[in-house]
Design a binder for this molecule. Structure first.
Ligand SMILES: [Zn+2]
Length: 443
């Protein structure tokens, strides 16, 4: 059942990507308020009032279920109602295991958020639409105005998320740019965003120029580090201390992954929390070579080496070659770069990094998964590099249920784009069928 709701969501997001003709943004693709709202089932202004973490149903990843108490809803239910939301990552005390997943929304108890939500699964639990971009922390002086539409409220409190996407061109994502960003997570750095998203307390200036900026556009090439990225690596593995200067024009803020508080994203403008880091160096890492060409493998190594700055930090990593070990085991010490199975990476994400650490911040394992299902890459990934078993052409494609599911997710967010969405859906079904046939032919 959970798989089905995930499949529905995957399909919905896939279609959205096609319909907007894919001009898309480092680990989350470029998006807009309109796109997020259109893909949502429910939009609320709500406060995080309870939270617990546990293994997911497949005992492969840790999920945190946050209870949100609605204080305003645009449009719909009554204030005071609660909704439960699942995000990946969390802490299991019996295992002393923290799991961090890049790009996920994160909720701090007591904080208010504007949250865009997907339709509930069979447990009645929802996911955030658009990962970190779908949950914007609300400042104490902000509330929906009487009669304000969801779209206007989200756009007003999140001015950096464009109302409309301007990029309409079809372009591939630069593999090395995204690899370099993800390998920044691999060593312990967090995402930094402009104002907006659930991670809004680490601002500063010119975040978009940083490698650890959380979004990238199709065709964007950003392979070198910004000074803030270098300060980050030196903070984790060298002599750099925090807080760094936090003046109004400060361009040097970075985010590091930390333990010891509800959120796992700490800003360098605050005193030190326990930071994630590798205990012994060099770190070994592998790739699923069947997912990549030789060119990709050398770009992964180049991306990893981009973070090695021996004059100022101790961080080093050694490539160990191919492995067939399953990347779901994120805490097994076998660190893998691969093309993720669709159930392992959000459809909104170009790539996600999953890290396991203990409460001293020592990393037990980390895996980087690229999304080879939804996005085109440059250089192109090899055929079949998406973790999906080759489809059997004799099995019906379940187009009916998918269509119905998508209609369901649109029920409360119906807006001006509804007719166009239906057209897009048909186009997406055709594209999926073509893709399946192509994949079958390649075998
Ligand atoms: Zn990221």
């Amino acid at each position: 059942m959970r798989m089905r709701s995930r499949a529905c969501f995957l399909f919905a997001a896939f279609f959205v990507a096609i319909f907007w003709t894919a001009g898309s943004r480092a680990a989350i693709r470029e998006t807009s308020v309109r796109e997020l709202v259109e893909a949502s089932d429910l939009i609320v202004a709500a406060q995080a009032v309870a939270q617990e973490s546990a293994w997911n149903d497949e005992i492969q990843r840790v999920e945190t279920i946050t209870t949100l108490s609605i204080d305003a809803l645009v449009p719909g239910h009554a204030p005071g109602e609660t909704v439960r939301v699942t995000t990946l990552g969390g802490y299991l005390s019996d295992r002393d295991l923290h799991m961090f997943v890049s790009s996920e929304a994160r909720f701090a108890l007591g904080q208010r958020y504007a949250v865009l939500l997907d339709s509930p699964d069979d447990r009645g639990i929802r996911t955030v639409t658009g990962l970190a971009l779908g949950a914007t922390a609300i400042r104490s002086d902000q509330s929906p105005l009487p009669g304000e539409r969801a779209f206007d409220f989200v756009a007003r409190i999140n001015p950096h998320l464009p109302a409309e996407r301007t990029g309409r061109e079809r372009a591939a994502y630069d593999f090395q740019t995204v690899a370099t960003h993800e390998l920044g997570h691999f060593l312990g750095l967090g995402d930094i965003y402009d104002e907006g998203s659930s991670h809004r307390d680490c601002m500063g200036k010119n975040n978009g120029a940083k490698m650890m900026f959380g979004q990238t556009a199709a065709g964007e090439i950003k392979r070198g580090l910004h000074n803030a990225d270098m300060l980050g690596i030196r903070f984790i593995y060298g002599n750099q201390t925090v807080p760094v200067d936090n003046g109004a024009n400060n361009e040097n803020l970075f985010t590091y992954i930390c333990v010891g508080r509800m959120l796992t994203d700490c800003c360098s403008n605050e005193p030190l929390d326990v930071k994630y880091r590798w205990k012994s160096l060099p770190v070994s890492y592998y790739s699923h070579q069947a997912d990549f060409t030789e060119d990709h493998v050398s770009r992964i190594q180049f991306a990893m080496n981009t973070w090695v700055d021996e004059s100022a930090s101790a961080y080093t990593a050694t490539y160990r070659g191919d492995t067939i070990v399953d990347s779901f085991a994120f805490d097994d010490g076998i660190n893998i770069v691969h093309v993720a199975h669709p159930s392992e990476v959000s459809n909104w994400a170009l790539a996600q990094t999953t890290i396991g650490a203990d409460s001293n911040g020592y990393i037990k394992g980390a895996d980087v998964g690229f999304n080879g299902t939804t996005y085109e890459w440059s250089p192109a990934l090899p055929a079949g590099a998406n973790g999906i078993p080759t489809p059997n052409p004799d099995v019906p494609k379940e187009e009916g249920p998918r269509g119905g599911c998508f209609a369901g997710t649109r029920s409360t967010a119906a807006g001006p784009g509804a007719d166009l969405l239906v057209l897009g859906l048909l186009g997406a079904i055709a594209a999926v069928s073509r893709r399946s046939r192509k994949a079958a032919t390649r075998q």
